[in-house]
Design a protein around this ligand. Structure first.
Ligand code: TXA
Ligand code: MG
Length: 354
């Protein structure tokens, strides 16, 4: 066990490290905060039924308190004390896609603190597909409110090192289970409207959701290539500046060949202007950048690799003192939808069409 600025960092490789998880559960029941791994990103956990724990979460993240928290459960039955109704479509989605990177927005019971729901009368719930997360939630014995465990506005954390950089000294414990798999946050689906609507694209793809709910829609603001009008945003979190490294990000979109050519030209212009610039490259285009500074984020053939490395690479460029990041856009299919949503936000919608 290690301690950073008073935060205990505990490495858990399997869900059978029960002593540690019992201690983590005890901290939660006492109203403390524990960072836990999920299959998407690390979560900043507190007792979802305790308004003071929810207040502590907002304070630790520096997050606006009208931005609601996702509640994490370990079993389907755990949603019953939290929700007023379970529509048939939710039953089907839970059956097919839980545990997994899918958050469902339900009508909330009055017992769910409005501190947790950001004042809304709906509550977002998910069951993470990570054995350590499930064992931790079960050990706590209460539903766990958990936003991504980053400082508000920073890229979400996919390793315990990212969490330590942002939150050491602000939480009681960090459970380190290595790098998370999916790399982008869960897909948020509102099932209180008919047909259901995706409010935030994420780890569960539109295509997967369509196999269960063919008529599902996507909040158009999440697909936009310009900043959405604030009064049209339906997931409160989507209106804040997000996922942003300290560096300036520019997304270059178009066919792979045109993107590679335009990125190279932009790189040379920024370099000539004396800026420290780096390219977030796909494997397919990397060879065309020659001696320029680049890092491969993943492959266009498997956009899951891009999702998995996206936030880590944004943070690594920051650590290297990069001032301008030129990011290749990818196709908005499969996990590419979530990747492009995050990249465009990280760029503050600075998009170059190649
Ligand atoms: O993968 C994830 O979802 C991660 C891990 C830790 O589970 N959590 C996460 O939480 O990304 P957070 O708080 O960073 O993002 C929650 C998103 C926000 O955009 C928020 O506005 C939306 O979900 N949300 C939460 N409750 C909502 C509600 N009742 N209605 C509409 N949107 C809601
Ligand atoms: Mg977040």
């Amino acid at each position: 066990m290690e301690s950073v600025k008073g935060t205990r960092v505990i490495s858990v490789r399997t869900a059978t490290d029960l002593v540690v998880l019992d201690e983590a559960g005890e901290l939660i029941r006492r109203g403390e905060l524990v960072v836990f791994p999920t299959e998407t990103v690390y979560g900043l956990g507190g007792n979802a039924l305790d308004p003071e724990a929810a207040a502590k979460i907002y304070a630790a993240k520096g997050r606006p308190s009208d931005n609601p928290l996702i509640v994490h459960v370990a079993k389907n039955e755990d949603i019953e004390p939290l929700v007023r109704a379970v529509p048939q479509v939710a039953v089907e989605l839970m059956e097919r896609l839980w545990p997994g990177p899918l958050t469902l927005v339900f009508p909330a019971r009055s017992e769910v603190p409005r501190r947790t729901t950001g004042g809304l009368d709906t509550v977002a719930i998910r069951m993470p597909a990570h054995p350590v997360a499930l064992a931790f939630i079960a050990a706590a014995g209460v539903p766990i409110a958990g936003p991504s465990a980053n400082l508000s506005g920073r890229p979400s954390p996919t390793t315990a090192e990212h969490v330590i950089a942002d939150l050491a000294g602000r939480v009681a414990m960090i459970i380190d289970a290595g790098q998370t798999g999916v790399g982008v946050e869960s897909t948020v689906v509102d099932i209180t409207v008919s047909p259901p609507q995706i409010l935030r694209p994420g780890g569960t793809t539109l295509e997967e959701l369509q196999t269960v709910v063919p008529e599902i829609t996507v909040d158009p603001t999440t697909l936009a290539d310009r900043p959405p009008a604030l009064d049209r945003v339906r997931a409160p979190g989507m209106k804040y500046k997000h996922y942003a490294p300290r560096a300036e990000v520019i997304v270059v979109e178009g066919t792979p060949e045109k993107v590679a050519a335009r990125v190279a030209v932009l790189y040379d212009e920024y370099e000539a202007a004396g800026r420290r610039v780096a390219i977030m490259a796909t494997a397919e285009n990397a060879a065309s950048y020659g001696e320029r500074t680049f890092a491969v984020v993943g492959s266009r053939q498997d956009l899951g690799t891009v999702a998995a490395n996206l936030f880590d690479l944004l943070r690594r460029f920051d650590d290297q003192g990069i001032e301008v990041i030129l990011a290749e856009g990818v196709d908005m299919v499969g996990l590419g939808l979530a990747v492009m949503n995050r990249l465009r936000k990280a760029a503050g919608y600075r998009i170059v069409k190649a």
